[in-house]
Design a protein around this ligand. Structure first.
Ligand code: PEP
Length: 259
């Protein structure tokens, strides 16, 4: 059985003072939750704070982007090895708020994915379709194109122990979540697509759902067979909400979700 993973995406929120309070609340509330992995992806400047406050807890930390190059004259960029220096474990890649606003191509995201893996960190590759793509029924083709960039050039093995986050763009920050059945169907599609290249990697890849997960809908989503956890935006800025989502993940584990 794959372990559930619940990842907080703090986006561009926080300050040293507010983070300190939130980290402390996370530590206290998440410590009793067993058999679930947690991570908080913070803005770059707060990685050192995450490292000093979360080391030795059951909460890992990470970043929300990375450079596609290892080192060099790339003003404003941050390399995977720099993230590793600060103890980061996870790096979110291809989030729609980046790929839309900064026109990130699938090829660029794939290069970043490989950089993250080479540094020994875990990529969290975001994929998702727009509302128009869903309504016109092409959502599977759209998601396939997003993961095929890696499958076709690097093979399925690169997904072994990696994280993919299915994030329908219409559900991010809108309060409108995919239904458990819609999410399960897409997660199964993603796993099967990877299995077409590498059956073992498909079993180990952790497929998160992201898009308006909250304490009310978390239990129904997380119990689905191919939903291995959640990428949480808005509700990760509230320790009580995040705790409840973590508890839903633990409950889904106990009751046999995510085989
Ligand atoms: C996200 O930004 O990855 C996300 C899922 O946000 P929200 O939970 O707010 O929809």
């Amino acid at each position: 059985m794959r372990r559930k993973l619940v990842v907080a995406n703090w986006k561009m929120h926080g300050s040293l003072a507010s983070n300190q309070a939130l980290f402390e609340a996370f530590k206290q509330k998440l410590a009793p939750i067993k058999n679930v992995d947690f991570a908080v992806c913070v803005p770059y400047p707060y990685l050192a704070q995450a490292q000093s406050l979360l080391a030795g807890t059951n909460i890992a930390w990470g970043a929300q982007n990375v450079a596609r190059y290892p080192v060099g004259a790339y003003t404003g960029e941050v390399s995977a090895t720099m993230l590793k220096d600060f103890g980061a474990s996870y790096v979110i890649l291809g989030h729609s708020e980046r790929s839309t606003a900064y026109c990130e191509s699938a090829e660029n995201i794939a290069a970043k994915f490989m950089m993250v893996k080479e540094a020994g960190l875990t990529p969290v590759l975001c994929v998702g379709e727009t509302l128009q793509e869903r309504e016109s029924g092409v959502m599977e083709r759209v998601i396939a194109e997003q993961i095929d960039e890696l499958l076709l050039t690097k093979g399925g093995g690169v997904f072994a122990n990696a994280v993919v986050s299915y994030e329908p763009i219409w559900a991010i920050g809108t309060g409108l979540s995919a239904s458990p059945e819609q999410a399960q169907s897409m997660h199964e599609f993603i796993r099967n697509r990877i299995a077409g290249y590498d059956a073992e990697a498909a079993q180990s890849v952790c497929i998160l759902y992201g898009g308006s997960v909250n304490p009310v809908n978390a239990a129904q989503l997380l119990v689905m067979q191919d939903i291995d956890g959640g990428l949480i935006g808005r509700c990760s800025l509230d320790a009580n909400d995040f705790e409840k989502i973590g508890q839903a993940a633990a409950f889904a584990t106990q009751t046999g979700g995510a085989k």
